[in-house]
Design a protein around this ligand. Structure first.
Ligand SMILES: [Zn+2]
Length: 68
């Protein structure tokens, strides 16, 4: 049995009052940030993510271990 680590983040972790149920799980932080950026653009009309929010997102990223 092996385990694998994933980075996980949900919109609610960054904006608890936002009411958005979007959640991502990726293998790398870079990949996660990319997906978050495209979600923010499509669903929250954010052309680019302000540095402040990037820091918030990074702080909210959880590492989850999944058995594969
Ligand atoms: Zn969202």
């Amino acid at each position: 049995m092996a385990t694998k680590e994933y980075k996980q983040l949900g919109c609610l972790d960054v904006q608890p009052s936002g009411g958005c149920a979007f959640q991502v799980r990726t293998e790398t932080e870079a990949e996660l940030l990319q997906l978050v950026a495209s979600h923010a653009k499509q669903c929250h009309k954010l052309e680019s993510i302000p540095q402040e929010m990037v820091d918030q997102v990074k702080a909210a990223i959880k590492t989850v271990t999944v058995t594969v």
